[in-house]
Design a protein around this ligand. Sequence first.
Ligand SMILES: [Zn+2]
Length: 205
Amino acid sequence: MCLSACCYQGDICLGCGRQMQLPMAFCGKCMLTPKLKIVAACSYHQGLGHWVGQIKYQAQFAVIDVLVDALIERISYLISIGCLTLPQALIAVPLHKKRLQQRGFNQAWLIAKALSSRLNIPLLDDCLIRTRATEPQAGLSGKRRRKNLLNAFELVTEINLQRIALIDDVVTTGTTVNEITKLFMPTHTQVQVWCLARAEAPNCG
Ligand SMILES: [Zn+2]
C-alpha cells in the first residue's frame, strides 16, 4: 500500500474535512460560523483508518512515525500558504486514569510526544485531565456525545499561552476537542487540533 496516496491530497477544509479547489483554511460553508482548525494527515475512511485503529487497539506503534511525518508535511504546507501558525505548546487529549491503567498507554500522548520531538515544541503534561471515565463516544448521537463529555475535562494548571495545539489520534465530530477548547476561553488561548485521521461524520460539517 502506498501510504502517501492514502493521505490527504490537495486542499482540505480545516472545518469539515471536505476537499476544496482553493488553498484556504475553510470552505465557504465553514467560513460562515467560527470553527476550530482541525489538521489531519488523512481521512479515516480512505484506507488508513484501519492502521490508525491498530495503534489504539493492537498497540501497533510503528504506524505513528509514518503518519506523524504525513501530518507534519500537512502542517508545513498550511503554514506556507498562511493558513496556520505554529502553536507554542502541545497538549494530548487525556484518557481517564482508569482507562489509562487498563490500556497501558494513551495513543494521543504517544502521537503528541513524537510531534513534540520532531517539531521541537514543548508537550505539556498533566495540565489537562479527564475527570470522569466517560462512555466511548462511538455510537452516540451528537446530543449524547456532548452530554457524555459535559465537565469531563479539567485544566489543573493555568495556561498562559497565545496558541496551543490539542493532539488526538482520530477526530470524528469534534465534540471532544470542542469541549476541551472551552476551557481555554478565559485565557483567550487559541486552540488548533492536530490528529492523524479525521473521520468525517455525515452532517457534522
Ligand atoms: Zn468546511
